[in-house]
Write a protein that binds this ligand. Structure first.
Ligand SMILES: Cc1ncc(COP(=O)(O)O)c(C=O)c1O
Length: 389
């Protein structure tokens, strides 16, 4: 479908040669809630296909549509639907696939609020089981006649574990189950799950794709037969629409995504290599390091590595983990990631104890998001905080 187009072109000009764009180097922003029609007949004809016709921007908007076409192409999907946040995309996608009495399998540690949403669904009779394994055969012991979804995230949340995407997607396909995968960490520049058999990919656009910590958005991409129903139902009814203004920022973010990802990768690896040699650091969870247990597998399914990873300090004291983060001068303290600025966070001080245990997050874990500053500056900052400058 997209054989002749490269990612750099998709991130830039792709989809922008419509006559109504008048050759503008930046596409117009359609800040309209409403689109009118010459007659009642024309309006009534547009409503059943509201994912394709512009009627009202809670459904479809030309600027959002352009972003959707680019994101679908990047993920090699037939369709993509953008949402007002990554969680909007995740919750709508899961809801579209389950009914009361159904069951979801979650593989490994996934983004915390995704698990929270699955717990929330329990009140509607939807259950889930989380399995920490890198062997799809283990899922045979938890699958039920009511299982509908296998939910994946690789690299996994916080500890960057790698699972064999082709093997898990194949296991699910053989049993008629739908796979949904959160691909936010790698971005479609470094990993394309749909080409490995996954059915639906979800992203937070608020991270690398936006790239400037100035927007919140999400997307789901996959076949038209899976995306279209949720675009017409959950998207419309939950009302988690992405605004044209936010979409235009994501379109600008996409223009530099391939070059930013290369720069993030380079800096992230330089910082990780420094930390891997430091005696005060027990472990560095970065799948781009040859010593990482998932490194070889990662190289068979990813073309690069982003720059969010975690380190494990030699401590069982959460206050000490917090003190380390506080003593960094260049890394700022904050949630999220994927922008210019480098960030650090100690989850032992923000994630509830029981949740931390299920996600296998040790007390001394610190997550770093390496931004676009010089690696030397960041390394000097870390060396000083670790007490060796
Ligand atoms: C891996 C991952 N998926 C999904 C989300 C949710 O995205 P949003 O914050 O845009 O709702 C996040 C946010 O931190 C995330 O880290």
């Amino acid at each position: 479908m997209y054989e002749d187009i490269d990612d750099n072109w998709i991130c830039g000009r792709y989809g922008e040669d419509e006559p109504w764009m008048l050759g503008a180097v930046n596409p117009p922003v359609f800040e309209n809630s409403l689109f009118t029609f010459p007659t009642m007949e024309a309006l009534s004809g547009a409503i059943p296909a509201e994912d394709e016709r512009y009627v009202y921007s809670r459904g479809t908007n030309p600027t959002v549509d352009l972003l959707q076409r680019k994101l679908a192409a990047l993920e090699r999907a037939e369709r993509a639907k953008c949402f007002g946040s990554g969680m909007g995309a995740i919750s709508a996608t899961i809801s579209s696939l389950v009914s009361a009495g159904d069951h979801v399998i979650v593989v490994g540690a996934v983004y915390g609020p995704t698990t929270q949403f699955l717990r929330y669904l329990e009140k509607f009779g939807v259950s889930h089981t989380t399995v920490h394994t890198d062997n799809p055969g283990v899922l045979d012991s938890v699958v039920k006649p009511s299982t509908r979804i296998v939910y994946l995230e690789s690299p996994s949340y916080m500890r960057c574990g790698i699972i064999d995407i082709r093997a898990f997607a194949g296991w699910a396909r053989d049993r008629g189950l739908t796979t949904v995968m959160d691909n936010t960490w790698a971005t479609p520049i470094f990993q394309k799950p749909l080409t490995m058999g996954v059915d639906l990919v979800v992203h937070s656009l608020s991270k690398y794709i936006g790239g400037h910590s100035d927007l919140v958005g999400g997307v789901v991409a996959g076949s038209a037969s899976l995306v279209r129903p949720l675009a017409l139902t959950e998207y419309q009814l939950y009302g988690a629409a992405l605004s044209a203004h936010e979409a235009s920022k994501a379109i600008k973010g996409l223009r530099t995504l391939p070059v930013r990802m290369r720069a993030h990768q380079e800096r992230g690896l330089q910082v990780a290599e420094f930390l891997a040699k430091h005696p005060a650091v027990r472990a560095v969870n970065h799948p781009g390091l040859p010593g990482h247990p998932g490194h070889e597998l990662a190289r068979t399914q990813m073309t690069g590595f982003s720059s969010v990873f975690s380190i494990e300090l030699d401590t069982e004291d959460r206050v000490e983990a917090g003190r380390f983060v506080d003593s960094l001068r260049h890394f700022r303290v904050g949630v999220s990631w994927g922008g210019y600025e480098s960030l650090a966070i100690a989850p032992a001080l923000t994630v509830e104890e029981s949740v931390r245990a299920t996600m296998e997050i040790p007390v001394g874990l610190v997550r770093l998001s390496v931004g676009l500053e010089d690696a030397e500056t960041l390394i000097a900052d870390l060396a000083s905080a670790l007490g060796t400058s």
